[in-house]
Design a protein. Sequence first.
Length: 415
Amino acid sequence: MVTASAGRGPIAAGTGAEGDGAGPPPLSLYIHVPWCIRKCPYCDFNSHAVPAGEAIPEEAYLDALIGDLESTLPAVWGRTVRSVFFGGGTPGLLSGRGVARLLAEVRARITLEPGCEITLETNPGALEEGRYAAFRDAGVNRLSIGVQSFDDASLRRLGRVHDGGQAERAIESALRSFDNVNLDLMIGLPDQAETAAHQDVVRALGFGTTHLSVYQLTIEANTVFAKFPPRLPEEDVVARAQEEIDGLLAQAGFEHYEVSAYARSGRRCRHNLNYWTFGDYLGIGAGAHAKISLPGGGVRREERFRAPDSYLRNAAQGRFVSQRRTVAADDLVFEFALNAFRLRDGFAPALFAERTGLDPTKFEPGLREGVRRGLIARHPGRIAPTGLGMRFLNDLQALFLPAGEGGAPEPAADS
Ligand code: SF4
């Protein structure tokens, strides 16, 4: 089975994460599947409950995705794809046959690099466990499971459709078909006991998966939790839990390589690394976002029609993109910082100019101010957030906002 491979320490040239500096950035493909069994009360993703008793319109949606991909190909002629990610929603609601058809259609239109990482997100209790082997046979080589917790009471309070036993069975089933599996866990859950997050991680470790993602629950606007806020643990309780989890995972041999991501050696998520190193990505499907570097310089961002009905209706007319814009140079500086400083090991100094096409002096004011405040360190061959910088990441990233919006001021011409 083809597996992910990414280097230890700062992402080294040759792993594909940073590229060789020549030509356009690495390219990934994101495929959005916008349906779930039920909408979770904390979720602000573009996900929609499948109406009771109905099936998702799989064939029509696959046709739309293929048309969507075709429409976007002229922007990336001659380029190859290094990772594919089925995200959602719950892509595991697709049939194995549907995933196989889609991947065959993708391969017929664009070259996937040898060893291309192909991830599919699933959720326990989504009736999809019987499909895992079919997903593998279709070409998927990495599974990501939305476990969130093994504690039944926590899962109920989160409005999840599964319980702890179903989560365990889903993981066991996944490991029978895949040797590269990520588990998503959440901490800071409503009424969560102080030790419960730690216990969830211990249980997750027991399965021996290659990757863990540990997110803190945040209350997002326009969610049920925003309207009816649950009682969340105090910040310092969550911070202590996070510290304990970091220690536990380090002891277990996991590399904490990004704010929320922990991987066994060589199993960092290549797809997400491409986002964090400001690579390019095509995004197809309802509400999907794309970022494409333009041949003459600059970056274009696109968003697809968001609601599934609207996406399908427009797709039937050959329209997919609802918004398209070229990113202003000042915004590119901030967008680069927003992504790259999530990486604990940092990035090569040349990456900024490579990925943005901007003069490195554009990055200097924020960098200098970050170093002055102890948030950023310059090491030989890399720039990285310090421990303080990781803790106050929002403050660090804000240094790269355009001057006047909170960013560090541009130096005077003679400074
Ligand atoms: S399963 Fe995931 S994507 Fe679906 S509603 Fe819940 S949190 Fe959102």
